[in-house]
Write a protein that binds this ligand. Structure first.
Ligand code: 5GP
Ligand code: ZN
Length: 141
C-alpha cells in the first residue's frame, strides 16, 4: 500500500525508531507517545484490521508482543502496561494498518483501565446475552 504510513515505515521510506523486526512483524516507537516507551507492533504486510489479518501473521504479531512487553516495561522502569488495538474506525483507529499499542503504565500515572473508556457496564438482559453467546459460539464451530 503506497500511501500507508506504516507500510512506508516498514519499507524504510519513512524513518522510525525501530526496536524489533522478524519475518512478519515489526515494532517501533510511537512518534506521539502517550507515555515513555509507547511502542507500536505491526504486521509487515498491509492489513487494515485484526479480522483481515491471516492467522500466521497474527501469531507473529502476538509473539512479538509477548517478547516486547516486558522488555519495553523494563526499558522505562514501568510498573505495567496497557496493550491495546484500536480496531476499526469506530474504535478510533486512525492509521488503517493493524497495530498494537504497548503503552507503559506507572503506579501513579492517574490513568484508568480500558474500562474508563466507557460510562459503565451495558444493560443487557439474559436473553440478549444468550443470543450473543449462541451467535458467537455457532460462528466459531
Ligand atoms: P491509532 O489511532 O490508529 O490506533 O494509532 C496510530 C498511532 O500511530 C498514533 O499513536 C500515532 O502517534 C502513531 N503514528 C502516526 N504516524 C506515525 C509515524 O509516522 N511514525 C510513528 N512512529 N508513529 C506514527
Ligand atoms: Zn500499510
Amino acid at each position: 500500500m503506497d500511501d500507508c504510513i506504516f507500510c512506508q515505515i516498514v519499507a524504510g521510506d519513512i524513518p522510525s525508531r525501530t526496536v524489533y523486526e522478524d519475518e512478519h512483524a515489526f515494532a517501533f516507537l510511537d512518534v506521539n507517545p502517550l507515555a515513555p516507551g509507547h511502542t507500536l507492533v505491526i504486521p509487515k504486510a498491509h492489513h487494515e484490521t485484526l479480522g483481515d489479518l491471516p492467522a500466521d501473521e497474527g501469531a507473529a504479531v502476538f509473539s512479538a508482543l509477548h517478547e516486547l512487553v516486558p522488555v519495553v516495561e523494563d526499558a522505562v522502569d514501568a510498573d505495567g502496561s496497557t496493550v491495546a488495538f484500536n480496531n476499526g474506525e469506530a474504535a478510533g483507529q486512525e492509521v488503517p494498518h493493524v497495530h498494537a499499542h504497548i503503552v507503559p503504565r506507572f503506579d501513579d500515572d492517574g490513568h484508568g483501565p480500558i474500562h474508563a473508556l466507557f460510562d459503565g457496564p451495558g444493560e443487557l438482559s439474559d436473553d440478549e446475552l444468550d443470543d450473543i453467546e449462541e451467535k458467537i459460539g455457532a460462528a466459531m464451530e
